[in-house]
Design a binder for this molecule. Sequence first.
Ligand SMILES: [Zn+2]
Length: 525
Amino acid sequence: MNGDSLALSGGTVYTLAGSPTEEPTADGIVFRDGRVADLAGGTAERTIDLEGRTVLPGFVDAHAHLPWVGIALHETDLSAADDREEALAALAENAADTAAGDWVLGFGYDESTWPAGQDDPLTRGELDGVSETHPIAAKRVDGHAVSLNATGLERVDLDGVDDDVRREGGEATGVVVEDAVIRVTEATYPDRGKARTVLEKGARRAAELGITTVYDMAGMATPNEPGDPFHAALFSAWREDALPVRVGYYVHIDRGDALADLEIASGFGDDRLSILGLKVFSDGSIGAQSAKLDGEFADDPGNDGQFVIDRDRLREAFAAAARANQSIATHAIGTEAIEVVLDAYEEVLPAYETDDPRLRIEHAELATDDQIERMAELDVIASMQPNFLQWSAPGGLYEARLGERWRRENNRLRRMHEAGVRLALGSDTMPFGPLYGIHHAVNAPHDAQRLSVGEALRAYTRGGAYAGFADERGSLEPGKLADAVVLDRDPFEHPEEIDEIEVVATVVGGEIVYEAPDPGLETTG
Ligand SMILES: [Zn+2]
């Protein structure tokens, strides 16, 4: 018995036990041996004076992509470049730090914001000037075009996608679009070493944001080689105890057969890494005009979006998951897609041995009243991203894409909650960060979208814990895992500025895994 203990005292601890109408609080909390030992008092080896700060259960991001977070941190962010010289200089800096022959990647350049006369995409010639020994790929902000240098063009298999390779006078300009972009994504898929590096960077970022559990939704393109470097990285990081936060993992449907063959039931693993089930896509997105609607896009008449999987494949995958008692997380944004997924869930539910397989719909942005009722009846979890409400304001992207009605009726968190649908909130890493999402849930433009602070916090902690079979997480009650976040301000007292609240410290299993450098924590005794 090592008796490891930590006390936080002199602040406000919201346990998030019980219901928001009671909102139980304490002045302090003691963690011992990785669990909550006591509320309000008790001695510990280390005592931290909260100086009036706020403690909450650690956030559970129920839908994220750690590799994307890590890659954005690891590679070059071009979104802030004010002109092409700045973008090229940033790539040159990356190249100086990268072994010859390895990819140099940049993300998010937007030439439309560059000075007039300079507002063309980056060219092969310019990127050759950065390096000829590294392959270079710089992706545009919309993700639909990539600029490559000559070495990069040689490294990507562009067979059969010639139409998407831009040319001038027969010569490739370096710019490729659409299907050729997918080839670039495949060619630049990280190897095991880089996958491990970006995974750890993503997990450290999670800790900085107050996240103590994150579910990774396996959203990257399928790698070219056998195996998946991210699977290898997850398991090697787990073996070496290198992940500062707890991770749950949903396996992509392309690998679902392997998961089903092994009969790995949801929740397999330990409290640091667990396999949670199957990830399936059913449609596209609102931004890309590919969500499967029951009408047409307001700004693209005749287009009602698309299914990305056929019904037989969906049923077959669900049946295999049910045989092995695996949860399923299906991406469904448009009304038509949600309908098809609910039908298939209803059909497969009796095949589960367990009576709570915790089936989820990811996003469920355009669910109708009837569909919300059905989700409640079938006990299907709504895994939603309140940060998407950033596009729901009058005159915003959703109004442009969907028109007036759906501007009001997308992402109806309150409607879901009142109908009795379990909510598990997450970020989908757009951007990563629970406080930003909670801010949007609490300050959403329409009543049917808006949650109270207590409801939003529960959905971003307990809701996610439930979805991931992690019943020992999500609230600060004696015996539960010692996962908590210390905030510089109380979100209940500052509901209009939750997005400005800073994370002061993050505790996982009773250990401080992140501490803000300034003003930092005062240890006493
Ligand atoms: Zn996602």
